[in-house]
Design a binder for this molecule. Sequence first.
Ligand code: NDP
Length: 295
Amino acid sequence: MAVILDGKAFAARLRARVAEAVAGMAGQGVTPGLAVVLVGTDPASEVYVRSKGRATREAGMQSFEHRLPADTPASELMALVARLNADPAVHGILVQLPLPAHLDAAAVIAAIDPAKDVDGFHISNVGLLATGQKALVPCTPLGCLMLLRGHHGSLAGAEAVVLGRSNIVGKPMAQLLLGADCTVTIAHSKSRDLAGICRRADILVAAVGRPQMVPGDWVQPGATVIDVGINRVTDAQGAGRLVGDVDFASAEAVAGAITPVPGGVGPMTIACLLANTVTAAARAHDLPEPERLGL
Ligand code: NDP
């Protein structure tokens, strides 16, 4: 049976370190501030924004929530981003995705000051990460790397397979694993022999958005499996539940370690958002970056 990588407990410890760092910064007259912008009323986004606001306040930081109607013109959203860029109390800006169809997410992300881009999606941060420089790193893959480092220590030389190549998860995950000296393969919907590719992995990260797509016989015995997927499914009795991209029951029987869904990667994402905001605030005020909050 695999070791269960308890993301909830790991995230609670990270959030405690964030709160300590925030308390330390108060002594220097700095309170990190995170602005979250929600356009429209997507129910999942509403839940995310509420929990981000709560977590921000619990860590002792300032939370600024901006809710705009679904038909907000692009010019108005851009004007808000410009105001947040200029506001010294705001150290992190997050525009909740997806945006309504009439708004161009890439243009909005490009308008965010890269130093405040706590989601790590701005092309400057993408480029800094790809070239191994100091960046703000996307929260979900950062959380995955922390879980892996927490379990293994060094990842040097490991065969890592990332299933999925999105800009939000797959690609930055691959960059982080490369930076941690893994031998990295990225697989996607056009890859041949996914089972064979996955079986090579010492570390398998699944980020495809397909419920329970990865069965246990794709997992090398003893491998570490990180399941990023969050999929809502309905069982035979009509009850809804969350499952990952990995078939947990069969994978757990062969893996050396595995993240559950829920309670694995999910809680790490918000904790890393808080950590990124503290990092951005420290950089903005030329304070030493608190240790053990990032890479
Ligand atoms: P995307 O839909 O943007 O990307 C999915 C990737 O998976 C694509 O690269 C796609 O390949 C690949 N893929 C899809 N189907 C297959 C298949 N049958 N075989 C092989 N590859 C496939 O999703 P995201 O990266 O945004 O998210 C992935 C999952 O992670 C989702 O379940 C999402 O809910 C979850 N998630 C969880 C977070 C958390 O906090 N835990 C945060 C963000 C996401 P191609 O490029 O060829 O189309």
